[in-house]
Ligand binder design. Structure first.
Ligand code: NAY
Length: 294
């Protein structure tokens, strides 16, 4: 279970100039995180635009990442999809390709009952022998995971953790307390990584880690050394960066543009997620320099 602790980059999508998934760019992006200190990658999630891609495209991403960094980083694959059938297919594929774990949000669009979400997750859990990590993100899925349903799912051996992207650190702590076993809780909102860690999170999975992985590793290291003042100072610097990233037409577009300034081309996000516009290039160039100086 130790390979699941620490910092995980929620990796962005990587497309070619035509907007098609680019194997070589996925590999290049994945490789760029190898010597940053992160424990692993969370792929095909929100930041990875998994739900905007076809199952075939998502499989390609998994294969490319495993081929490139599968031996050196822990790879968690998000398999959440609107139909249970598709998620099951992705779970089987993830296992075949040697990934470390699978994870999923509840299905979106339909208002689902607790029983429906439970069934949806259970089918994925049953579909492979891989560890499963619940992805709770009520503000985008509209599904609020209750503690009783959480406990029912978490008690299974295969269920090893939860990615808590809700903003309540109290609820985060309750998931940790109610798991009733050794259990990994990931902090979701990057801007309160320190808060989540102080309330019991074992690590974090985040999109903005993708443009500043070393900074999050450093906050994590400060926490482990009980240097809370230093951790707080750094988190505040990070938050001033995140605040500005959130002001662009899309966060993912802004982060992907910053990556391109460092020579890592990943294309623009897929619509309906907007790219940044040329008028934003200059301020993003300055922001990039600022990040590199922290
Ligand atoms: C994922 O699945 O891509 C994530 O883990 C992303 C978590 C992010 N949440 C969303 C909705 O994108 O990193 C956060 C988020 O971008 C960050 O906290 C800025 O608000």
């Amino acid at each position: 279970i130790n390979k699941f602790r620490g910092i995980f980059v929620a990796m962005y999508s990587a497309y070619d100039e035509e907007g098609e998934v680019s194997i070589s760019r996925v590999k290049e992006l994945a490789r760029s995180y190898v010597h940053t200190g992160v424990r692993g990658l969370y792929i095909c999630g929100s930041s990875g635009e998994g739900i905007l891609q076809t199952a075939e495209e998502r499989k390609k991403v998994v294969e490319a990442v495993m081929d490139e960094v599968g031996k050196v980083l822990t790879v968690i694959v998000h398999i959440g999809a609107n139909s249970t059938r598709e998620s099951v297919e992705l779970a089987i594929h993830a296992e075949k390709n040697g990934t470390d774990a699978v994870s999923a949000v509840p299905a979106i669009y339909y208002r689902l009952s607790e029983k429906a979400v439970e069934t949806h997750w259970q089918k994925m859990i049953n579909a492979s022998s891989l560890p499963f990590i619940i992805y709770n993100i009520p503000q985008t899925t509209g599904f609020h995971l209750t503690q009783p349903l959480f406990m029912k799912i978490a008690k299974q051996d295969k269920v090893i953790g939860i990615k808590m992207s809700g903003e309540s650190v109290f609820e985060l702590q309750q998931f940790k307390a109610n798991a009733g076993k050794e259990f990994i809780v990931y902090n979701g909102p990057d801007e309160q990584f320190l808060g989540g860690r102080m309330m019991g999170a074992d690590g974090g999975i985040g999109g903005t880690y993708g443009v500043m992985p070393e900074l999050f590793c450093k906050v994590d290291a400060f926490i482990m050394e009980n240097k809370f003042k230093e951790a707080q100072e750094l988190q505040f610097k990070i938050n001033s960066i995140i605040k500005r990233l959130l002001d662009y037409p899309s966060l993912y577009g802004a982060c992907k543009y910053i990556l391109s300034l460092r020579g890592i081309d990943t294309g623009v996000p897929r619509l309906p997620l907007l790219p940044v516009s040329p008028t934003d290039y200059q301020s993003l160039t300055m922001l990039n320099e600022e990040i590199l100086k922290v």
